[in-house]
Design a protein around this ligand. Structure first.
Ligand code: SF4
Length: 144
């Protein structure tokens, strides 16, 4: 799907002029995420820059990234990233949740680790990084 079609699906809150478009105090974090995405992009078009900026902003949302972006499920977000940010998406070999994966990449680039376990397989937080990303029942109920 073309970047412009993905942009049309994304929640307007994150787009320029949207209620959450400005990162405010989290500007540095936003810039790091934006760079991470653009470094992994397949091209540098205006539409892909706009997509990267929306995704970087939505990473600061409270919910699953796909949900905050307004996408139907994690599968669409995976499809978007694999199609247009494939150089980055290919690094997520374990299927880590995307937001966790982005922040882990930033930590690794900075030479720091927030992980206390020696590997994911023995980590008590495994479910938080790799668990399914369905909405909790109360979340679904709130949407209907
Ligand atoms: S599962 Fe544990 S070790 Fe793996 S990325 Fe998450 S916090 Fe780090």
């Amino acid at each position: 799907m073309q970047p412009v079609a993905w942009l049309a699906m994304i929640d307007a809150r994150w787009k320029p002029g949207g209620s959450l478009a400005e990162p405010g105090e989290r500007h540095e974090e936003y810039q790091d995420l934006r760079c991470l995405l653009l470094d992994g992009a397949v091209e540098r078009s205006n539409e892909l820059v706009a997509l990267a900026e929306c995704i970087a902003r939505a990473c600061m949302g409270e919910d699953h990234l796909w949900h905050d972006l307004g996408l139907p499920s994690r599968a669409e977000l995976s499809g978007l990233l694999q199609e247009h940010f494939s150089r980055l998406a290919l690094l997520n070999v374990g299927g880590m949740r995307w937001k966790k994966f982005f922040y882990k990449q930033l930590c690794e680039q900075a030479g720091i680790s927030v992980c206390r376990a020696p590997s994911c397989g023995v980590c008590a937080l495994y479910g938080e990084c790799f668990g399914n990303e369905e909405l909790p029942l109360f979340g679904l109920a709130a949407l209907v």
